[in-house]
Design a protein around this ligand. Sequence first.
Ligand code: D0W
Ligand code: ZN
Length: 604
Amino acid sequence: VLLSSGCFAQSDDEEAAQIWVDQYNQDVQGVYFDYVSADWTYNTNITDHNSQLANEKAAESAAFDNQKAIEANNWDWPNFQNESLKREFSKIADMGYAALSDEDFNNMTKLNSNMTTIYSTATVCNKPGDTNGTCYPLDPDLEEVMSSSRDWDELVWAWEGWRNESGRKMPDTYEQFAELLNKAAVINGYADNGEYWRSWYESADFRQICENLWLELKPLYQQLHAYVRSKLRDIYSGHTFPGTGHIPAHILGNMWAQSWLALEQEMRPYPNKTGLDVTDELIKQGYNNTGLFLLAEDFFVSLGMDPMVDNFWENSMIEKPTDGREVVCHASAWDFYNGIDFRIKQCTRVNTEWLITTHHEMGHIEYFMEYKHQPVQFRDGANPGFHEAIGDVIALSVSTPNHMESIGLLPEGADDPEVDMNFLMSEALKKIAFIPFGYLIDQWRWDLFGEEFDRNNYNGAWWDVRCRYQGISPPVTRSASGDFDAGAKYHVPANTPYIRYFVSYVLQYQFHKAMCDAANYVGPYHRCDVYKSNEAGDLLRAMMETGASRPWPEILEQMTGSRNMTAQPLIDYFQPLMDWLIEENADETLGWDETGCPVGSIVP
Ligand SMILES: CC(=O)N[C@@H](CC(=O)O)C(=O)NC[C@H](CC1(C(=O)N[C@@H](Cc2ccc(O)cc2)C(=O)O)CCCC1)C(=O)O
Ligand SMILES: [Zn+2]
């Protein structure tokens, strides 16, 4: 209503809309609680019965979302004056997969849980040298082989066996699944599911923004790739590497070659100085799984955040059950949307990697708790990358030699430039190695949803991005259509988008820089530890409590002074290592044939 003063009064329409949405926020919490609870029960006890119950609750939740989207669209919310109310309505109206018919929705959740069950229960048998026919699950057995074995043939067995027992059983299911995701996206006005997923970043040129960030970071990745490839050629001198410069995918210390940290000892710049693996020390000091959680909690509390609530300790699953239950071991953090129930589910083991992962998962929990007062539709990361960056940015402080020394996990003398370089190398083996992997999964999925390739080339297109971006290639021939190696990565059958991790790896260094500056830290950012800093904590918490209530560029600007993602803080953080690598690689040929995979490695 335009008043004589020229101001807009909140139209009574908006007042009525506010009353409706307040009621919505009361009702939706119970519906989401029921759905999340059933999903939790299935994830911590995989049975057909629990899968069925979870699918039923998912359908009820979708029916509720569908109904509320219809009601919300009775208002002319695009013309609301109240920005926050308009944003809330736009999220309620964007109903996602709830747009599907009951039949399509039920089919979609069944296909999803079929693939998740295949992934979570797959095992690999006939291990070289075994005589007892034991079959091994991914977590912990196959992951242990991938990180600790240096036997080429044993690594091929785990690498190929896992893909054949998990991904290879999914492509036809995935094809039907993708069709349903696209069907929902089109009903909601998107071209395909990829466009729907990208819409969460509220940037028209989001794909281009990511491509530019990748190109900025590629030189750093290429230096690390050349250095690691040279060292691996020595370790596996009896084997030939492709003449194209690709690294065989199974010898990088990880089932997906997404982290090369397991190679830390062989890659250490100053081998006679300490590395940063504190696993032995953790075990020597008698740490158990709970001890890792308490370490993480202590850091978040030192920044002014809340400790874990009582029911967190009662209801979380922090280790693989020994009572015969089949569980989804893949770590995850859960918001039950009632403002009081928050849980972590993970098959923790006492080692450095799980110390960091526990910080990552608890970062999600702290974000849930910081924004629990927000309307339900704003209880999300400012964009999904923000959610992935919280735990990791804390881990940047925890991982420093100084911090590890201050909590007694590293011996005295961490303050040494050569230890520093060893530290930067271990960080690069985790973070720089990850960059192209974090980028490529959704490049492939977006193109699949966009029908840039069909079922006969699902695996051909997968290996195309793996070879081109990561500079790795399959150690054994793979089929472009019969195999489905993307399905051997949890997030594909689980349908968890992945570009959020690429975004997080850029954002977390922007956050780290901002927090170190707020803490009046002086020195190189890779040595900064914000432990117990009120200023750093206030800055981070002010960002977290806004949830998804405003567009993320505003929230990023409030915290870092920049409205854009920028790779510069990440590049600055690793600059000392980059200089060292350029020197070290003086005689190396950088890079690999970026037109695709080595000839013959992928067959029809
Ligand atoms: C109910 C629900 O699903 N909740 C979401 C959270 C939310 O959306 O609120 C959730 O818990 N997702 C699970 C996922 C687990 C992990 C993961 O999958 N990591 C990626 C990439 C990566 C690797 C290293 C790293 O340092 C950071 C990321 C991988 O392992 O490939 C495994 C251990 C680490 C994080 C997660 O926590 O992100
Ligand atoms: Zn996460």
